[in-house]
Ligand binder design. Structure first.
Ligand code: GDP
Length: 304
């Protein structure tokens, strides 16, 4: 996903190799190239501005550590700044003191929520949890069936409004808020310790959809609300994230489709713009293409 950004930054740093000390002009030239590389990778303008200002200030003011030459010092500063915009520390799921832990998924249609529900449930099961999936996406024809298929693959039960009678062509009837609430009650009754609630998205931001997501949030009082964003959607990622942040006040971000070859910088901006950490990455269509997101490892990967 970030190959071209990686290459651009590597060639910027190459110019610093062998320099004994960096003049202000060297730093400015480097910062300019970093700015261009980030903008070309689709990183949001506001994020780039702050990022480059920090890099410049630190490169000019910090003592060069004895172990590093000035070029390496700049690489270290850029690395630190990348970690910072990606949310800093790795953020784990907050488990409820009194189970079940409720995890709600939100995001646009096609973002990868239903796929993520399967991945997350499989991963949690592997961690010794006993998750259940709740099909509260009643908007998209086939979403319930798709969740049931994913649940079956993950070996995780699915609570759905009308199990087994969905058609590919008809909308499922029922009230998603009721389904979500009943799903959590089912989890409690059957002693599942984690509930993952899949919700409906639309192709674009839509007041009715956002209200429904907010209503589900209010009804099930989740411990985590994960906003799933398709890293391929480019500049729209930031606006979409801001709208969902206002609409459902999510607690963490999942970057999906990181296996794609789009520029991806907008997705890198989401944590910084919303102040919410990236928690997971989805990297393919199979249920195992799923990782805990470590900001430091992602920064290393970009700067490798
Ligand atoms: P939802 O509408 O948000 O529930 O999105 P889906 O989970 O149905 O995903 C939409 C499409 O994206 C499906 O065809 C998925 O197979 C695909 N998809 C989901 N996650 C990933 C991913 O990480 N990588 C790739 N390449 N495809 C994905």
């Amino acid at each position: 996903m970030f190959n071209s950004l990686s290459d651009r930054l590597a060639s910027t740093f190459k110019n610093l190799r062998g320099k004994g000390r960096l003049s202000e002009a060297d730093v400015d030239a480097t910062v300019r190239e970093i700015r261009r590389a980030l903008l070309d990778a689709d990183v949001a303008v506001s994020v780039v501005r702050e990022f480059t200002a920090h890099v410049r200030e630190r490169a000019l003011s910090e003592e060069v550590s004895a172990a590093l030459n000035p070029g390496q010092q700049v690489v270290k500063i850029v690395n630190d700044e990348l970690v910072r915009i990606l949310g800093g520390e790795t953020r784990r799921i907050r488990l409820a003191k009194n189970p079940p832990t409720v995890i709600m998924l939100a995001g646009l249609q096609g973002a990868g929520k239903t796929t993520l529900a399967g991945k997350l449930s499989k991963w949690l099961k592997g961690q010794g949890h006993s998750p259940i999936l709740v099909a509260a996406d009643l908007q998209r024809p086939n979403a319930v069936t798709q969740l049931q298929v994913n649940g079956q693959r993950a070996g995780v039960p699915v609570f759905a409004p009308h199990p087994g009678v969905q058609s590919d062509f008809e909308e499922v009837t029922g009230d998603p808020v009721t389904v979500a609430r009943d799903g959590v009650a089912e989890a409690r009754a059957k002693l599942h310790d984690v509930v993952i609630v899949d919700t409906a998205g639309r192709l674009g931001i839509d007041a009715e959809m956002m209200q429904q997501a907010a209503d589900i949030r209010a009804a099930v009082n989740p411990d985590e609300v994960l906003f799933v964003i398709d890293a391929m959607i480019g500049q729209d990622a930031v606006n979409t994230a801001q709208a969902f942040n206002e609409g459902v006040d999510f607690t963490g971000v999942v970057l999906s489709k990181l296996d794609g070859d789009a520029r991806g910088g907008a997705a890198l901006s989401v944590a910084s713009v919303t102040g919410k950490p990236v928690m997971f990455a989805s990297t393919g269509e199979s249920l195992d293409d799923f990782e805990i997101f470590h900001p430091d490892r992602m920064a290393n990967r970009i700067l490798d």
